[in-house]
Design a protein around this ligand. Structure first.
Ligand code: GLN
Length: 544
């Protein structure tokens, strides 16, 4: 079967949830047993996302193969319950570096290399090759940015050309503004933005309307009238707290059936995979109790920086049938109070569990260490992810082993006690892009440890993204003082999991959040949520 293509483009403004829409469309097609995978194009000239600031761009998502990609890949994997690979991430940087390499090799001898046809042909060929290699029934292509950006213009043109030879459906996501004072939805900005797309020679087959509240019939009529699109192809996607409900919201509007008809696809709905998803979503509304989890980090102002952490917590809460309240705590706020313990309990006292996520750079580190100490001393369930694990070791060295000012050399190069340090091979690295320890790595777990109980496996594989490591010179000393080393790399060289012996506290050098899926939650996060529920129950018993 020839692969069919669905191209998703955003109009008017960024940040309207193209990734969720793309993932949801992929999901509803997968309910019909079609092999589908999203490819994402990002127009920036960075080769990948690895060197971007999470404050500006949101989380850097890491794939099994080590690719550092846009955070939308997290949604693709979480919705589809499948693992993607780097080839599905096309960036301006990758395209141009390939083209220039080819030009130097003489592949274009005699020609002046142009956007049309050279770049557009390159894109079309590349996309078709990936679709063929992966034997996809349907490839979704999400175009990053907004129609009208200079950066993605040539890519949109390539998609127009693709539609001349292949079956391509265009889906435009737009935003319907609402004037609060007048209490009315307005379509004019959406109309003008749509005109931009039509000027590029593309009339979308569907328009998805993002908005604050449900779009009314007159809005649909108006958009339909101005865009030559039938009314039922204008899909409502107004704000909704639960992103995982979007596939069901689309299906309630017959979007699945219309898409299949347009693509001439005849499979029947796989009732069991659809029901499985529906059941998980519906179970949420039945949860009665609620737990509060504190995430103590340094990129708190932009929650997108911790997108996978949030979703992994949500998946685990679904699994344990509990409502979840995440408190996003700026770690610097835990450095301010002179009376440390009082300051901590003012901010953290109300939480059932504490998490310190990954991060880079010195700012806010001492606040995270304070939070870890508070969790350990008060026996509050704790997990430390990557940087969180490194600081868990530093806290232990300082407060239990009494190694004053112990630190990671990332934050204090001259510390006397280098608990966390650069690996030898990292010391030689000068290039910044794609040079961290990246992607899936296996770890072996020690029997009779919390880590082993959590995974119920001897060998586990989780994704990584870091430069610094636990310094084995301190291994013996920290163990002697009670820190449990519960997992290492298969060759015993690098520490992967550490834990406390007296309460639920575990850190991992890896990022288990990156593999968590709604239908397959991370065991690491599930154990954490279970510990939080237990802690809350105990607190309540003591109150009685
Ligand atoms: N900054 C630390 C390192 O590079 C931790 C990285 C992370 O948390 N992802 O090792």
């Amino acid at each position: 079967m020839n692969t069919k293509y669905i191209v998703v483009l955003g109009s008017l403004m960024s940040g309207i949830g193209k990734g969720i829409v793309t993932s949801s469309i992929a999901k509803i097609l997968s309910f019909y047993d079609y092999k589908v995978m999203p490819l994402k194009f990002d127009g920036y000239l960075n080769y990948d996302c690895g060197t971007m600031n999470p404050f500006r761009h949101g989380e850097v998502f890491v794939l099994n193969d080590g690719g550092e990609v846009d955070m939308d890949f997290g949604n693709y994997e979480r919705f589809l319950n499948k693992e993607s690979s780097s080839k599905f991430s096309m960036t301006g940087g990758k395209i141009f570096s390939d083209i220039i390499k080819q030009e130097r090799e003489g592949k274009f001898l005699g020609y002046d290399v142009q956007f049309i046809p050279h770049i557009t042909n390159y894109i079309i060929k590349k996309i078709k090759n990936i679709a063929k290699e992966e034997q996809l029934d349907i490839m979704l292509i999400e175009i990053g940015g907004t129609v009208g950006d200079i950066e993605n213009n040539y890519f949109i043109e390539a998609m127009r050309q693709l539609s001349l030879s292949e079956q391509v459906i265009f889906i435009n996501i737009t935003y319907i503004t609402e004037l609060k004072k007048v209490g009315e939805q307005k379509t004019k900005p959406a109309q003008l933005a749509l005109r931009n797309l039509m000027e590029l020679g593309i009339t979308p087959n569907y328009i998805i309307c993002r908005s604050e509240s449900k779009i009314n019939e007159s809005i649909k009529q108006k958009i339909s009238f101005f865009s030559n699109i039938k009314e039922e192809a204008i899909i409502d996607d107004h704000d909704n707290d639960n992103i995982y409900e979007v596939p069901l919201i689309f299906m309630r509007q017959n979007f699945d059936k219309m898409l299949l008809q347009d693509l001439h696809l005849t499979n029947q709905l796989n009732q069991s995979s659809y029901n499985k998803w529906k059941y998980i979503i519906e179970s949420k509304s039945k949860a009665l109790d609620k737990i509060k989890v504190a995430v103590v980090g340094k990129y708190i102002k932009l929650h997108d920086s911790y997108a996978s952490i949030k979703e992994a917590l949500v998946h685990a809460a679904y699994k344990e049938h509990i409502n979840l309240d995440i408190g996003w705590i700026e770690s610097e706020d835990l450095e301010k109070d002179k009376d440390k313990n009082k300051g901590m309990s003012n901010i953290l006292g109300d939480y059932d569990a504490i998490l310190v996520p990954g991060g880079f750079g010195k700012r806010g580190i001492e606040g995270m260490i304070n939070a870890i100490e508070y969790a350990r001393v008060n026996k509050i369930p704790f997990i430390g992810i990557c940087l969180g694990m490194q600081l868990m070791a530093v806290e232990y060295a300082r407060n239990i082993c009494k190694l004053e000012n112990a630190n990671s050399t990332e934050f204090d190069e001259n510390t006397k006690y280098k608990i966390i340090d650069l690996m030898e091979e990292q010391k030689k690295t000068t290039m910044k892009g794609a040079t961290m320890r990246l992607g899936a790595w296996q770890a072996k777990l020690k029997k009779d440890t919390l880590a082993y109980n959590i995974y119920n496996l001897e060998i586990v594989s989780e994704r990584h993204r870091h430069r610094y490591e636990f310094n084995n010179e301190y291994l013996e000393m920290l163990q002697r003082n009670g820190l449990i080393i519960s997992g290492t790399t298969l060759d015993n060289v690098l520490v992967e999991f550490i834990e406390w012996k007296d309460s639920f506290g575990i850190g991992t050098q890896s990022h288990p959040e990156l593999k968590s899926k709604l239908e397959n939650p991370s065991p690491f996060f599930t154990a954490f949520i279970k510990a939080a529920i237990k802690n809350k129950d105990n607190k309540q018993k003591h109150k009685i």
